[in-house]
Ligand binder design. Sequence first.
Ligand code: FES
Length: 85
Amino acid sequence: PIEVELRRSGRTVQVPADSTVLAAVRAELPDLPYSCEQGFCGTCQQRVVEGEIDHRDELLDDAERTDSMLLCVSRARGGRLVLDL
Ligand code: FES
């Protein structure tokens, strides 16, 4: 499982191995924008303030990858991420 802290919201969610960061975050923030859920459209891109991202998309460029991720497909290497949400 991955632990995701939503820093501005003051909440933390758990992401089971069979689920996505997007699904877990949407449980707390239902209005969060998303569309394709397959790493193609970029709608779910969010800023990451802490943690090592396990990028699993082909869309973002290297600069974007340093501090943001696509919540629908990407995960965490260290088991924990902090999002600017
Ligand atoms: Fe389209 Fe995540 S919802 S890239």
